[in-house]
Design a protein around this ligand. Structure first.
Ligand code: SAH
Length: 248
């Protein structure tokens, strides 16, 4: 697959951005590093003159940005979703560093769409957004002052994707293993998790009014296994059979 085709499979997703200047700054950062796909989930103010001003020569990236209502729409069709985090969270998630993130994104973009999620300026990504991700990435900043400006964080991670693409051109990046089935996409996984939760409730294995951390832990378990589409439909078949049996 050509470099341009891979670049087009990498979505940089900005969630609920408050300051349009950051959207412009992110567009510029993305284009500088050879990427093209900017997704905006409910930006507070967009289109906006301040975004255009900060984008400088990257107005085309802004003009082509995809604006959506939900994170689920932004990651639809993606086989890999990575969430950024400026701090540690309660339930740990598989964590990669920016270099590993760049490499993984570039490798996986050869076979499916990938998304990198960026959070709100004031409070980052919500837990439920972070729990949709296969990996979290943290830029190892000063622990006493860990939060980067949003567009700056986009710059750092886009740079790592660039470095991985150059390493790949030089033959220095390992190629991904071949797999016989396409990987499950974010939307396949959402449907699977809904189905799993419904079935667990029907089996009285879990009480929807008192879920504790079961759902989160199930998400973490299945996100870690990187299921393919056939594995998801197999498990959904099993859930359907279980429900049918208890209804009898
Ligand atoms: N106060 C927020 C920080 C948000 S910073 C919080 O505690 O989560 C805005 C966004 O920039 C973050 O959601 C993330 O996408 C990115 N970002 C900032 N610093 C980062 C870091 N050290 N590592 C990874 N992403 C970072």
């Amino acid at each position: 697959m050509s470099t341009v085709e891979r670049q087009a499979k990498i979505r940089m997703v900005l969630v609920n951005t408050t300051h349009p200047g950051n959207i412009g700054g992110a567009a510029r950062a993305i284009k500088n590093m050879g990427l093209t796909e900017l997704y905006l989930v409910q930006p507070r103010e967009f289109p906006a003159p301040r975004a255009v001003w900060r984008a400088a020569g990257a107005r085309d990236v802004l003009a082509n940005a995809t604006v959506v209502e939900t994170v689920d729409e932004a990651i639809e069709g993606c086989g890999l979703v990575v969430g950024t985090s400026a701090r540690e969270r309660r339930i740990p998630w598989p964590l990669i560093n920016p270099r590993q993130c760049g490499e993984r994104i570039w490798q996986e973009a050869s076979s499916h769409d990938v998304a990198l999620l960026f959070g709100r300026e004031d409070r980052g990504l919500t837990n439920s957004e972070l729990h949709k991700c296969h990996y979290h990435v943290h830029i190892p900043s000063n622990p006493d002052y860990s939060s980067l400006n949003l567009a700056t964080a986009v710059q750092v991670l886009a740079y790592e994707v660039r470095m991985a693409s150059l390493a790949n051109e030089a033959g220095e990046l390992p190629v991904m293993d071949d797999w016989d089935q396409p990987l499950a996409t974010a939307d396949d996984l959402e449907l699977f998790h809904d189905h799993l939760a419904e079935t667990m409730a029907a089996l009285k294995f879990y009480d929807p009014d008192n879920p504790k951390q079961l759902i989160t832990r199930m998400r973490r378990l299945f996100n870690r296994t990187r299921m393919d589409k056939m594995e998801v439909s197999m498990l959904r078949g099993l859930l359907t059979a279980a429900t049918r049996t208890i209804k009898k």
